[in-house]
Design a protein. Structure first.
Length: 121
C-alpha cells in the first residue's frame, strides 16, 4: 500500500487542495513547534545561524512557502519519488530502542530562484 501511494505521488503529484493544506500546516505549525518556549526559540535561532538563513527568515518563511507552485511540487515529487533503484524504509532506525530518541526537526531551506525545488545547496 505504501509503495502504491508513493508511486501515485510520483506519477500524479499532489492536488491543489493537498498543496494548500500542506502550506497552511507548514506555516501554522512553525510557531507551535519552534517558538513555544525559551529553549525552542534558542534552538531555532541557532539552527537559523547554522543554515545561514538569517534572523529575517522567520518573517520571510510564510511568503517563501506560499511562493511554491503546484508545478514545482509535482516536478520535485516525480524527481525524488521515481528514482531507480528506489529504497524505502518505514519505521525507526535499526537499534533505535537502544538509543535515546531525538525529536525529528524538519527544516525548510529556500532554493535560489534558478534552482529546482528539492535541491538544497
Amino acid at each position: 500500500m505504501v509503495r502504491q501511494v508513493v508511486k501515485d505521488m510520483a506519477e500524479k503529484g499532489p492536488t491543489e487542495a493537498e498543496l494548500e493544506a500542506s502550506k497552511k500546516y507548514l506555516i501554522g505549525v512553525y510557531a507551535i513547534k519552534h517558538l513555544d518556549s525559551s529553549s525552542s526559540i534558542a534552538a531555532t535561532l541557532v539552527d537559523l545561524q547554522l543554515d545561514n538563513l538569517g534572523l529575517g527568515y522567520i518573517q520571510r518563511r510564510a511568503a517563501l512557502i506560499d511562493e511554491v507552485t503546484l508545478d514545482q511540487v509535482k516536478a520535485a515529487a516525480k524527481k525524488l519519488l521515481s528514482a531507480e533503484p528506489a529504497i524505502m524504509v518505514v519505521g525507526p532506525p535499526l537499534g533505535a530502542k537502544d538509543k535515546p530518541r531525538t525529536p525529528f526537526r524538519p527544516s525548510f531551506s529556500p532554493c535560489d530562484a534558478g534552482d529546482e525545488i528539492g535541491s538544497v545547496g
